[in-house]
Write a protein that binds this ligand. Sequence first.
Ligand code: SF4
Length: 69
Amino acid sequence: MKLIVQVTVNSRKCMANQTCVHIAPDIFEVGAAGYSRTRREVTEEDLAKLKEAQEMCPTGSIVVETMEV
Ligand code: SF4
């Protein structure tokens, strides 16, 4: 069984304080538009860092979803 992982950032809630970027710089970046976005596709191996970023985000902007296939 494989785990599909998806992460999204709510650009309307993000305050661009870059907490997620400090936790997982290979996954998140704050773009010119002024909110965080993902730099690449994420995998099961990224799950711990994604959950940490989700927990630490002060505005609850990060949504991590998993699906077993
Ligand atoms: S931690 Fe949350 S509020 Fe801060 S930049 Fe990342 S998504 Fe935006």
